[in-house]
Design a protein. Structure first.
Length: 545
C-alpha cells in the first residue's frame, strides 16, 4: 500500500472571512469570555472584544490603510497584538508578523520586502528597544508611512481618529472582502539567507483553526492558555483563531513565556487546554513547585513546533492532567497544521506519532530523488496539498515554485514514514533546517552573517541535539590567515545583530570541513563528530514522535 492518505470531507469548511467568523461567534456567545490578558489586566467578553476590534479597525481605516495594504505587528503577546490581528482582517489589510526577537537587519528586511506602510509596536520590552530599532531602519523602508507605539498616546490617537469612520463605510469595506484574499504574511528563514514571506488567506487560517480545534474537541466552554508567541501560526491561528471559531476563551499568561506564570494562569483561570513546544512543557514539568498548582481543570492541549520526546509527552499526560493532549505537525506554509493526533487516539499513538492528516488534507511520502510515492513504512519526503497550503511566498514566484510543485503539493523537506493506519512519524530532515525550541532556523542565514566578521574566512552551521530546546546551533569556523578570534568573540559579534535564538551556542575552530568528492560540505559527518565531541550521544538517542 502506498504512503498516501486523504482526510475525508466529514467536516464542512468555512467559506467566510475572519471578520464574518468573529461576528457569528459574538452573536452566539456575546457574554462569554473572549480574552483574558493577565499581565495587562485585560478581561473582555466576546461583545466587548468585538467592540475594541471595531474601534481599532476604524482607526486603521482613518489612517488610510486600504485593502491589501501591509501592516506590521511587532512585539510580544500583548492584548494589542490580538486586537490588531482581528482589526486588520476586518478591513482587509495584510498583517505582517514580525518576530519580537528580530534585530535591525531582520526588521529592515521584513518591512522593506513586504512593503509595509504601517508598523504597530511598543517602545521597548526587556532588552528589545523597539522604537530605537525602528528609527535606525526607517530610512531604508520607503513604504513605511506610520509607526504606532501602542504603549504611548499613539494608540489613543489611532482610536480617536477612527471615530470619523461611519458604520456604513466600515460595513462596506468588510462586504467587499473575500475568503480567498491574502490576510497574513509570516516570515520563515530562507536557505538562501533571506527570509521568505509565507502568504496566507482568510480561508487558509480560518479553516486550519477550525480543524485544529476540532481535533482538540474545543467548544465555547473551553479556556485555552496560550503561552506560545502570537507571531507564529501556533499562537495566532491554532490559538487565537481556534478560539474565535469555537467561542473558547483566549487566556494569555504573560508577554513572553514564563513557566510559573503559565502554571499559575492555568490554575487561577481554570484553563482546560494548554499549548506549548516541548521546551515549554519541559520547563513547567521541571518547576520546583509544580505540585502546588491546581491543574485539575486541564483536559487537552497541543504540543508542537519541534520533535516531541516520548517521555515528556507521557509526563504531560500523567503529571499535568492533560489526558487528551494532542501532537500536531505542520509548517508555516501550511497554515500551519496538516497532521494531528486526536483526543480519542490511544496514548501509545499520541506519544509516538504526529497523527493522521486532517479533513480535506491530502498527504504522501515520496522518494526525494524520484518523486515516486513510497510504500507505507518506508522513509521519504513528506508532501501535502489542500486548502491549508499557502497562496505563495510574498513577491517571490521563483521560491514559491520551488516549494509547491505543479500539482499543488507542498514539499516539506522533512523525512517521514506513514504506517498502515495512516499515522505519520517524522524521522529527520532532508534540508538542513534547525528547529530550536520551535523556531525554524536555516544555517545559511547565520553563515552569511558570520562571514561578515573580519576574522572569519568561512563558516558552516549545523544543529546538534539538546535536551531542552530539541536542537542547539553549532558553528564550525575557519579563521582567515593570521587572524585571531575566540568563541566568545564570535558569540558577542552575533548578539544584538541577529535574533538571540540564532546565536550559536557552540563554536569550534577548524582548518577544513569534511567534503564530498564533488566539493559539497558533509554536514551529516560534521553533526556526528560534534555529537561525539560534545558528549551528546544520549540526547541524540532520545525517542521522539
Amino acid at each position: 500500500m502506498e504512503a498516501h492518505d486523504f482526510g475525508g470531507k466529514d467536516v464542512e469548511l468555512i467559506d467566510a472571512t475572519i471578520g464574518a467568523v468573529l461576528d457569528e461567534t459574538i452573536a452566539r456567545h456575546p457574554d462569554g469570555e473572549a480574552l483574558v490578558v493577565r499581565h495587562q489586566g485585560v478581561r473582555q467578553t466576546w461583545r466587548e472584544f468585538g467592540a475594541t476590534v471595531d474601534a481599532v479597525a476604524k482607526g486603521l481605516m482613518a489612517a488610510g490603510v486600504g485593502v491589501g495594504d501591509r501592516v506590521g505587528m511587532w512585539g510580544p503577546n500583548d492584548a494589542e497584538w490580538v486586537w490588531i490581528q482581528f482589526a486588520t482582517a476586518r478591513v482587509g489589510a495584510i498583517q505582517v508578523n514580525v518576530n519580537p526577537a528580530y534585530r535591525t537587519n531582520e526588521l529592515q528586511y521584513a518591512l522593506a520586502q513586504s512593503g509595509a506602510t504601517m508598523l504597530v509596536t511598543r517602545t521597548s520590552y526587556l532588552t528589545s528597544m523597539y522604537a530605537d530599532m525602528v528609527d535606525a531602519v526607517a530610512a531604508e523602508c520607503p513604504d513605511l508611512d506610520r509607526v504606532v507605539l501602542h504603549d504611548t498616546d499613539d494608540w489613543s490617537e489611532l482610536l480617536a481618529a477612527g471615530e470619523s469612520i461611519s458604520d456604513e463605510d466600515y460595513a462596506a469595506r468588510q462586504a467587499a472582502l473575500s475568503p480567498a484574499d491574502p490576510i497574513n504574511i509570516q516570515y520563515t528563514s530562507g536557505t538562501t539567507g533571506y527570509p521568505k514571506g509565507a502568504t496566507l488567506s482568510h480561508a487558509n487560517i480560518v479553516n486550519n483553526a477550525l480543524l485544529v480545534g476540532r481535533s482538540c474537541a474545543f467548544d465555547h466552554t473551553d479556556r485555552l492558555c496560550i503561552p506560545v508567541p502570537f507571531y507564529h501560526c501556533f499562537g495566532m491561528v491554532m490559538g487565537n483563531l481556534a478560539c474565535a471559531v469555537t467561542g473558547a476563551t483566549m487566556v494569555i499568561p504573560a508577554a513572553t513565556f514564563d513557566p510559573e506564570a503559565t502554571l499559575a494562569t492555568v490554575s487561577d483561570e481554570r484553563c482546560t487546554s494548554l499549548y506549548g513546544v516541548p521546551t515549554m512543557f519541559i520547563a513547567q514539568l521541571g518547576h520546583t513547585d509544580l505540585g502546588q498548582f491546581d491543574l485539575t481543570s486541564l483536559r487537552t492541549g497541543i504540543m508542537a513546533g519541534s520533535p516531541c520526546p516520548v517521555e515528556v509527552m507521557s509526563d504531560v499526560i500523567d503529571k499535568m492532567n492533560m489526558s487528551e493532549v494532542t501532537i500536531a505537525y505542520g509548517m508555516t506554509e501550511t497554515s500551519p497544521v496538516s497532521t494531528q493526533t486526536s483526543t480519542t487516539d490511544s496514548v501509545d499513538v499520541r506519544v509516538s506519532t504526529v497523527g493522521r492528516v486532517l479533513p480535506h488534507v491530502e498527504s504522501k511520502i515520496v522518494d526525494p530523488d524520484t518523486g515516486d510515492t513510497v510504500a507505507r513504512g518506508e522513509r521519504g519526503e513528506y508532501c501535502t496539498r489542500g486548502p491549508h497550503v499557502m497562496l505563495g511566498y510574498w513577491n517571490d514566484a521563483e521560491r514559491t515554485a520551488e516549494a509547491i510543485d505543479a500539482d499543488g503539493w507542498m514539499h516539506s523537506g522533512d523525512l517521514a514514514t506513514m504506517d498502515d493506519d495512516g499515522y505519520v512519524n517524522i524521522v529527520g530532515r532532508i534540508k538542513d533546517m534547525i528547529i530550536r525550541g520551535g523556531e525554524n532556523i536555516y544555517p545559511r542565514e547565520i553563515e552569511e552573517f558570520l562571514y561578515t566578521h573580519p576574522a572569519v574566512a568561512d563558516a558552516q552551521v549545523i544543529g546538534v541535539p539538546d535536551a531542552r530546546y530539541g536542537e542547539e546551533i553549532m558553528a564550525w569556523v575557519q579563521l582567515a590567515p593570521g587572524a585571531e578570534a575566540t568563541a566568545d568573540d564570535i558569540i558577542e559579534f552575533c548578539r544584538g545583530s541577529i535574533a538571540h535564538f540564532k546565536v550559536p551556542r557552540y563554536i569550534t575552530f577548524v582548518t577544513e570541513f569534511p567534503m564530498t568528492v564533488t566539493g559539497k560540505v558533509r554536514k551529516v559527518e560534521m553533526r556526528d563528530k560534534s555529537i561525539a565531541d560534545l558528549g551528546l550521544q544520549a540526547v541524540a538517542d532520545t525517542t521522539t514522535a
